[in-house]
Design a protein around this ligand. Sequence first.
Ligand SMILES: [Fe+2]
Ligand SMILES: [Fe+2]
Length: 295
Amino acid sequence: MLLSRAEMTFDFHGEKFDPTRDREILRWIFSQFLYGEVTGIQVGHWIYAAPDLGAARFLAKQAIEELQHVGNFVEIMKALELGAPLPAHPVLKFLATGMMGDDWLEHVAMEMATGEGFVLAAFYALMDTLDQGTASSPALREAVAIMQRAARQEESHVRFGEETTMQLVRERPALRRRLLGANLVWMWGVSRLAHYVDRKLPREHAVLSQVQPFLAHALRCAELRVERMGLSDRPLSQLSFSQRSALVAELSGSKLAHGVGALLRGPFGLLFPRKRRLTDTYLSDPGVRELSNPD
Ligand SMILES: [Fe+2]
Ligand SMILES: [Fe+2]
């Protein structure tokens, strides 16, 4: 990967979650991860659009891994007795589904390099704040071990996204501007999520009080990845307002409409109907519903 695990790791100063005291907040956090993994069904769309056999093979393997991760998060929620998963936050739905790429370039750059890179930083953060070392209960130890294995697979997804993006941009440098615009919209989405988190989370909690600086760190990692992929010679946040506006304005209308539609679909679902997929129905799927009745 273009960023090492050490670079992507945020220093929580040794503060940890307590699975018993923090049950409700962990339930919310793991519910968001669970949704993120269910969006792995979108990989099927990209197998159909794969440019060559090597890419199709990689995506087929990735699809299996993402669906295994769904099972992994169900298993962790069960082991930690977190209860039934909660619905995903609308901003997360926007980032994971609304920002779905319009073409292969956007898929590898936005969903795999930027998006999964961001998820990976969150994976590392969650493992670091859950792992109690020798004081971990067997359930907690197992949860962290499962996440370690999943994180290694996520690293390979990010690496594929980075390498393919760099190759495509080397062949057609003009594509850079579109990716910069899409990254700006994505960063705006993450800052909305940060705003929500800021209003909702208790400030006196040792870990949660550090979520804002963590999100700022994850955004800096995304900027660094954009630079290292050769898309920009400076951090996106250092571009002037007019430079940023021009990049976003150049994005296709369909991309913006797609994203806005996804944001509005939450509260106004009836006005923006579309085919129901697993990402809409997974909470009532028998494989997830079992969580409401822990044995
Ligand atoms: Fe995954
Ligand atoms: Fe992944």
